[in-house]
Design a protein around this ligand. Structure first.
Ligand SMILES: [Zn+2]
Ligand SMILES: [Zn+2]
Length: 382
């Protein structure tokens, strides 16, 4: 178990130093004495202050996990009611107004009874949804977990439970649509960069090098033929994975032009035991289908070629034609593309030198291991 880092001084000493420091400064200002005239004790305290871990406090921003008792202690020690200037402030929560991790806090004066309420989270811009709940959803989604995992995490950290499944799902849908928007914009920008580079290099028939600096709408209107390589990545090795991402990579810029997620399994669909002819099932499937992650019915091996085919089909959205297919030695994807005939111009295949080199290298190393210790009589090499 990791040992706790030794602090240079206890909290109490730090607090006392914090109180001492302004006094020292004030004294120095009053007497206008240089630091050299400080007493030994003052110097010791100043040095300790300089080496103190919290010598440079940073302003509070973002979120933090705070123990409510500690927060109450801090408020009780530091604050009095600003209305009556006499009562202490007692912290409580408005249980009925909680939205997941966004809590309505109340500070009640023990003397005049005036209550000050505030929410523990900001609203999202132009929305009544709370920032912390959206961030929680995005965070859990980013590590591949959902609402149940968030509930477990919250329980262990003694936090309020996260928002319910329905609002959770709404946040997911909103994030998904925003991801799509960002991805569409990014695809367009990457395509523009690639087109400008090819125009500059003189590789786009009917254009001059100067055209590369023309407006975005001019660039967007041009249909350009490009060389692209494709790569599939599975969640697990060994072709048993149900999740795959296929990316199209521009040979000229090395940037990802587009990507497609392929999934051949939905737990909700396979675990559903309802009668397929019942009204209950029909209602469920109508609601579930738009959110069903399964978008392919073939095997894991067939995912990459299916992804490549889909990428070809929508490549002309950004006016790019992947007319040179740079292969990685797997011919299935190229076959599926030539079968689909996405363009009215031919698609040619070129082998990637890097992949050929990699395969050659692997085989040569294997050969070397197999032949280790053998003597080549015919050429006289030991
Ligand atoms: Zn008061
Ligand atoms: Zn499903």
């Amino acid at each position: 178990m990791a040992r706790k880092r030794k602090r240079s001084m206890t909290d109490d000493r730090v607090n006392s130093l914090k109180k001492t420091k302004p006094n020292l400064t004030a004294q120095a200002n009053q007497t206008n004495q240089p630091e050299l005239n400080q007493t030994t004790s003052q110097k010791k305290i100043e040095n300790a202050w300089a080496s103190c871990e919290i010598a440079s406090p940073i302003p509070c921003s973002g979120n933090n996990i705070i123990n409510m008792d500690k927060l109450q202690d801090g408020i009780s020690q530091a604050a009095l009611c600003r209305h009556c200037k006499a009562g202490e402030l007692v912290l409580s929560q408005n249980a009925g107004a909680r939205e997941g991790w966004a809590v309505v806090m109340r500070l009640t004066c023990t003397n005049c009874g005036i209550v000050t309420s505030f929410n523990s989270s900001h609203n999202l811009p132009g929305s009544r949804s709370k920032e912390v709940n959206r961030a929680m959803n995005l965070g859990m989604r980013s590590i591949g977990r959902g609402n149940s995992a968030a509930t477990t995490l919250a329980a262990i950290l003694q936090l309020p439970p996260p928002i319910g499944r329905k609002p959770w799902s709404k946040h997911t849908q909103t994030i998904l649509s925003q991801v799509h928007d960002v991805s569409d914009t990014a695809r367009l920008q990457v395509a523009r960069r690639l087109k400008r580079q090819l125009i500059k290099e003189g590789s786009v028939p009917g254009t001059k090098a100067d055209d590369a600096d023309k407006t975005d709408s001019f660039i967007d209107s041009l249909t350009v033929d490009v060389a692209v390589s494709f790569d599939g990545s599975w969640k697990n090795r060994g072709f048993s994975s149900h999740h795959c991402i296929v990316a199209a990579i521009a040979q000229e810029t090395g940037e990802i032009l587009d990507a497609e997620y392929i999934c051949n399994l939905c737990r909700e669909c396979t675990d559903n035991s309802m009668d397929k002819n019942s009204d209950e099932y029909i209602n469920w499937i109508v609601e579930h289908t738009p959110n069903c992650p399964r978008n392919f019915s073939g095997s894991s091996q067939a995912m990459e070629s299916e992804g490549v085919r889909r990428l070809y089909e929508r490549s002309e959205d950004t006016k790019l034609r992947y007319t040179v297919f740079v292969g990685d030695g797997d011919s299935k994807s190229f076959l599926s593309v030539t079968k689909a005939k996405p363009y009215d111009v031919p698609i040619v295949k070129e082998e990637c030198v890097g992949h050929v080199k990699k395969r050659m290298g692997t085989r040569l190393r294997r050969l070397l291991n197999r032949m280790a210790g053998m003597y080549f009589y015919n050429i006289g090499v030991p």
